[in-house]
Design a protein around this ligand. Structure first.
Ligand SMILES: *Cc1c(COP(=O)(O)O)cnc(C)c1O
Length: 429
């Protein structure tokens, strides 16, 4: 008869032994990641050291408050860890103040609004269907529920953010906060112009660099920090590390921002994730990281060029004709393709990306006409220009293949591309 394990045994048992059912699911996801051509623009490949820090014993610690001022007097080590993360974030972005506690990019936006606005204050964000984020204004989020939020968008003719509309709306609604920053937009923003508009109407400028923080850190994207009152970010998108958010701010807003995060919108910080953020910021300050981010942008541009070159055949133009950043947007509507169905077809070949609605989308919701493609994960895996060009042609072949008759061939090409770039080798097979 099998003996019931003791509690001590259970506490010391590995995941694989303790919970084979869950362990098999994680292994399934590992295999999926290894075998997928990951073009999801928000995804990256977390480094081993980040995974170690985020999975460490720090997860046991309660540490409400900030370094040097906690509700517990047993926080010496986590104080040092959080201070290290803060100092590294400030140094990486040349920022006066950093808060590394936000659980996510959404929490960072929520905390900044808490810090800078009163409930009911007007706020101006960027329309989600035009590339922005729901946490800037949408009624289904805190932003639209607790503030009087409106959204600007991109122009129909060139799909670029309409700064005249931003200025006109700002003049009319006198927002407390203007968000600049996107989830899906292929071009640089004019931070100076955003600053001028904010100054004209007395608004705070919050740059939401959730997507492009890594590019800023690497110096391959204009730096918003000198213009913004606060910058919010995720640490896991192009920054490529810990799963969570962070906020940078001008020194005079430091206390309000900190209060907005804790106790404003969050409870105890996550010391294990803060440790992983410290590791991320250390890595992002290296020359290797800067080279990788340059390769990310080059990769996105190579994909865009290949897809644009094939437009006569696919009828799928690249929105704005190319990209300055890690992602690009393909418009499927001239080909009469619906994005979700097209994505499902590409999924069959082992490609993952985002199907989405786009500005002036002719498709009836919940359908959409946009395919967002990002280069971060694959560049982190090792892809360079030649591979990204091959990916662009693979996608063009997929887009042209309306019937799905080439799916098996595309899947073989995906496997071949991935085979030279093993993922998470340190985890074994
Ligand atoms: C991803 C994203 C967020 C939210 O980040 P989460 O960590 O997913 O909550 C906020 N703003 C923008 C612009 C984003 O792209």
């Amino acid at each position: 008869m099998e003996l019931e394990p003791t509690e001590a045994e259970l506490l010391g048992t590995s995941l694989a032994e303790l919970d084979p059912e869950l362990s098999a699911l994680v292994a399934g996801e590992l295999a999926r990641q290894r075998g997928t051509l990951d073009l999801v623009a928000s995804e990256s490949v977390p480094p081993r050291a980040v995974l170690e820090a985020q999975g460490s014993i720090l997860t046991a610690k309660y540490a409400d408050g900030y370094p040097g001022r906690r509700d517990y007097d047993t926080c010496g080590w986590v104080d040092e860890i959080e201070s290290l993360a803060i100092e590294r974030a400030k140094s990486l972005f040349c920022a006066e103040h950093a808060n590394v506690q936000p659980y996510s990019g959404s929490n960072a936006n929520m905390s900044v609004l808490h810090a800078l606005c009163e409930p009911g204050d007007p706020v101006l964000g960027w329309d989600f269907e035009h590339g922005g984020h729901p946490t800037h204004y949408y009624s289904g989020t805190f932003a639209g529920r607790f503030y009087r939020a409106s959204a600007y968008g991109v122009r129909r003719e060139d799909r670029l953010v309409d700064m005249d509309q931003v200025a006109e709306m700002a003049e009319r609604i006198r927002p407390r906060v203007i968000f600049a920053g996107w989830s899906c937009y292929p071009r640089f923003l004019d931070f100076r112009r955003f600053r001028e508009i904010c100054d004209e109407v007395g608004a705070y400028l919050v740059v939401d660099m959730a997507h492009f923080a890594g590019l800023v850190a690497a110096g391959v994207h204009p730096d918003p920090v000198p213009y913004a009152d606060a910058c919010t970010m995720t640490v896991h998108k192009t920054l490529g590390g810990a799963r969570g958010g962070a906020i940078l701010a001008r020194e005079e807003l430091a206390e309000r921002i900190d209060d907005g995060v804790y106790p404003g919108e969050q409870g105890c910080p996550l010391p294990h994730v803060i440790a992983a953020k410290a590791v991320t910021f250390k890595l992002a300050a290296t020359q290797a990281y800067r080279s990788r981010m340059a390769r990310v942008v080059e990769g996105a541009q190579a994909m865009a060029a290949a897809i644009a070159e094939r437009e006569p055949e696919t009828s799928c133009p690249v929105v704005t004709g190319g990209t300055d950043v890690h992602q690009l947007l393909v418009d499927l509507s001239p080909a009469g393709l619906e994005a979700n169905a097209t994505m499902a077809r590409l999924n069959e070949a082992g490609v993952s990306a985002n199907a989405m609605r786009i500005a002036y989308d002719p498709a009836e919701p919940p359908g959409g006409s946009g395919l967002r493609l990002g280069a971060t994960a694959l560049a982190t895996r090792g892809f360079a220009r030649a591979e990204f060009t091959a990916v662009g042609h693979l996608l063009a072949d997929g887009l042209a293949d309306h019937s799905g008759s080439r799916t098996a061939e595309l899947a073989r090409r995906v496997d071949e591309l991935l085979s030279s770039f093993p993922l998470f080798g340190f985890l074994g097979s």
